[in-house]
Design a binder for this molecule. Structure first.
Ligand code: ATP
Length: 328
């Protein structure tokens, strides 16, 4: 990496709390080590259009505590085409951007991988997604904050559920991954979680009903991963089924939606983003390229893009047992 070139940084895909802390860490570590940084706006859209400007240490002051991303984010149809990526490469050369730090999820890192295969650009990825679904890293930036938000919401829903003797199906994000649902269920004392990784998800509901939860409890909360991942559908689907099959139960649905994404990042997300952002620049200085920087057993790890994207990150099956045992 030449010091007369810029390190470009962008955020892409869905926003996640802690992205700003990562932008700050990348910018400050780069400047500390004698590099110049350009912030690229609106993800790959801005990379193509040349929407970027130099970032100073002051530009990233007072952002560590803010949710969302000061660079904004976008989903770019153009970048999925060879023509779009050619334009992005031309713009990078014109703007003297020699390396790219991409903060985003699965899709964003797939884009970075393809781009780096086609053109001589160095790409370093940082896992930024609330879904926690990137293989090779124990945690992604934004996951912990979203998890805490869900738990806070479920605590409130629990008050209503117990006051009215109701079953609540609470739908949370996660796409194809059940980390948010499974762990928020444990943390909020929910009675069950219905997650995509448990391939017998139809039976998950039967098991829950069959356990005779009404003998010991007058209310229940079931956390369900949103429907893109759950092939049988989200919370609405399960609520309709229970209403049909058990007309005596008072069933309600709560879809938490976008409130799960925003808000001030948790301390854990701020620390994770700071460590990963710092490590991204260390990786560039070590001449690493086309890797995602992640964390495993509390150590920084470099994960080739291919591995991070292609492999399904497994959920710890012990968590399913823990929830089952503790929700009797
Ligand atoms: P989140 O997990 O929060 O949804 P994400 O990074 O997975 O984040 P996507 O919408 O899947 O979000 O991807 C973000 C952007 O990455 C896309 O809009 C597109 O510009 C780029 N991208 C995704 N897949 C590809 C691909 N196969 N080739 C090139 N670019 C891609």
């Amino acid at each position: 990496m030449k010091k007369d070139e810029y390190i470009g940084i962008l955020t892409s895909g869905g926003d996640a709390s802690g992205m700003n802390a990562a932008i700050r860490a990348v910018t400050r570590t780069a400047i500390f080590n004698g590099f110049k940084v350009k912030g690229i706006y609106r993800g790959y859209e801005g990379l193509i259009a040349g929407e970027s400007r130099e970032l100073t240490t002051e530009d990233v002051s007072s952002i560590i505590q803010r949710g969302g991303t000061i660079l904004q984010t976008a989903r770019s149809e153009a970048f999925t085409t060879p023509e779009g990526r050619r334009e992005a490469y031309d713009t990078m050369r014109k703007e003297k951007i020699g390396a790219l730090v991409v903060i985003g999820g699965d899709g964003s890192l797939t884009g970075a991988r393809i781009f780096a295969e086609e053109y001589p650009v160095t790409c370093i990825g940082l896992p930024g997604t609330i879904d926690n679904d990137l293989y090779g890293t124990d945690f992604t930036i934004g996951y912990d904050t979203a998890l805490n938000t869900i738990v806070e919401c479920v605590d409130k829903i629990r008050d209503t559920a117990t006051s009215h003797d109701r079953i609540f199906f609470v739908e949370v994000m996660g796409r194809d991954a059940g980390f948010l649902a499974q762990n928020s269920a444990i943390a909020s004392g929910a009675e069950a979680a219905i997650i995509p990784e448990d391939r017998t998800d139809a039976d998950q509901l039967e098991t829950f009903i069959g356990r005779g939860f009404r003998k010991t409890k007058n209310s229940s909360i079931v956390i369900v991963t949103e429907s893109p991942g759950n092939k049988n559908g989200g919370a609405m689907h399960y609520a309709d089924r229970v209403k049909r099959e058990y007309p005596g139960y008072d069933v309600r649905v709560s879809i938490l939606g976008h409130l799960q994404r925003g808000g001030a990042p948790s301390a854990n997300d701020r620390i994770l983003a700071s460590r990963l952002g710092e490590a991204a620049i260390q990786a560039l200085m070590e001449d690493q390229h086309n890797i995602m920087v992640g964390i495993h057993n509390n150590e920084i790890v470099y994960v080739p893009f291919d591995q991070a994207i292609k492999n399904d990150k497994p959920i710890d099956k012990n968590l399913i047992r823990v929830l089952n045992e503790l929700s009797i």
